[in-house]
Design a protein around this ligand. Structure first.
Ligand SMILES: O=c1ccn([C@@H]2O[C@H](COP(=O)(O)O)[C@@H](O)[C@H]2O)c(=O)[nH]1
Length: 239
């Protein structure tokens, strides 16, 4: 799969103008996150799909009581998106509720059910933050591996994690379990708020199933060129 582009824009106009540049690049998978969804609403999903042959990863990171998450996931299941997220730290009951909601919403709409990815530890989380603020002892990778096991047992289709943890996740999950990796920073690009970063090639070598890239593409002088370069690095390392 080509890199998933994180469409972190505030308006549908900016999003559409950005996607215009990618007219000749298909199929395309894009991620709609909180900024665009809260700014524009569910029509952000419809607007992006209208571009044709664009798969949508709706990254709303559900985290609430199981009943509320099941009802929210039902609505997401009706939208026709391919991937969506819930926080693994919400626990196994909440993740199972998310899965049930997605399946029910998809069954009602006739769309295939979106795959559920469990967020493990955000790629912006440092060891110091995890220990001092979240009060989780031990290496970040151990926490991520544990949350991946919880997610798999609860019926999630995969996780969102840094590629740094991919080998530990692969060691305990079934072969088709997805590891989707943000925090991708090609050599020479700025980390910004990302902490557990890898290059596209490292993510492939470490076992990620797919990479998510935002600012290194959206803020590039030539986003299509940046997307193609990152895609080449990712694919070569996967060969
Ligand atoms: O652990 C996580 C989970 C989600 N994200 C999201 O991925 C993109 C990354 O954007 P960049 O601009 O490439 O940093 C962004 O939409 C995040 O919400 C993540 O970074 N880490």
């Amino acid at each position: 799969m080509s890199p998933i582009i994180a469409l972190d824009f505030p308006t549908i106009e900016e999003t559409t103008a950005f996607l215009e540049r990618f007219k000749g690049v298909r199929p395309l998978t894009v991620k709609i996150g909180m900024e665009l969804f809260y700014g524009v609403g569910p029509r952000a999903v419809g607007g992006v799909m209208l571009q044709g042959d664009v798969n949508v990863f709706l990254d709303l990171k559900l985290h609430d009581i199981p009943h509320t998450v099941e009802r929210a996931a039902y609505q997401i299941g009706r939208m026709g998106v391919q991937l969506t997220t819930a926080h693994a730290t919400g626990g196994s009951e909440m993740l199972a509720a998310a899965k049930r909601g997605l399946l029910a919403g998809a069954a009602e709409s006739g769309f295939p059910a979106p795959k559920l990815l469990a967020i493990t530890q955000l790629t912006s989380t440092s060891p110091a933050m995890m220990h001092n603020e979240l009060q989780i002892p031990g290496p970040v990778a151990d926490s991520v591996q544990h949350l991946a096991a919880v997610a798999q047992a609860a019926g999630a289709d995969g996780v969102v994690a840094s590629a740094q943890e991919a080998p530990l996740i692969r060691a305990i999950t079934r072969p088709d379990f997805l590891i989707v990796t943000p925090g991708i920073r090609p050599a020479g690009s700025e980390n910004g708020d990302q902490v557990r970063t890898t290059t596209p090639a490292q993510a492939a070598q470490l076992g990620s199933s797919a990479i998510v890239v935002g600012r290194p593409i959206t803020q590039a002088a030539d986003p299509v060129k940046a997307f193609k370069q990152i895609g080449r690095q990712w694919r070569r390392a996967n060969e």
